[in-house]
Ligand binder design. Sequence first.
Ligand code: MG
Ligand code: ZN
Length: 233
Amino acid sequence: MAHWNILCDFDGTIAIEDATDALLERYAHPDWLKLERDWREGRIGSAECMAGQVALLNASREEIDTQLAGLRIDPAFPAFVDAVNAAGVTLRVISDGLDYAIKSILRRYGLEHLPVQANHLVQTGPRSWKLETPFADAHCRVNSGHCKCSSAVRAHNKHRRVLLIGDGASDFCAATEADFVFAKHRLIEHCRHADIPHVSIVGFADAIGLLPALLAGKLHTPRRTLAAERISS
Ligand SMILES: [Mg+2]
Ligand SMILES: [Zn+2]
């Protein structure tokens, strides 16, 4: 039976809302939207975008905590974590969002034990913050804060396959490096266009249902085989 490392996006995948956007909408100078537009239109990478946005935050730690306390996760995610643990599979959260937000939300659901790789939110004054990007990569093709493609490459070894679970643009490059993808939202279309082996899911209730088939090797087809099928057909 193949062993798997699961890499799981946070905002929009585990968390229903985008925690970073929720903080920016409430507490950042409106110029954060200009940076957001520059990122969406490809003029800057997410590293530059988020560093600029976090610098525009004007909020105390208490205010940030209050805002985070209102954010929810997919109600089936805790049961998915249980199923994954029972199967001896590792799961790590890989996010281009904010570690402080992710850890605070996961703690509320008793999931603080999950390993998290994300951008680091640092308080620099009573109401000021800055972003550090410990998982950035100088060679990142899309200049992400967290280069998820590098994280996906590192999660591979000769004993483990990589399953990516994600929903959006920050997952596109990692999807290319994964052996299989559980895709939500915009990531579905991306996997379809890029010929990445995937199934589409609405949420973690679907992921729980798919896990036994994945572990039994019934979902995953090695890419070499897929390519060979395309050539011979
Ligand atoms: Mg996401
Ligand atoms: Zn990258």
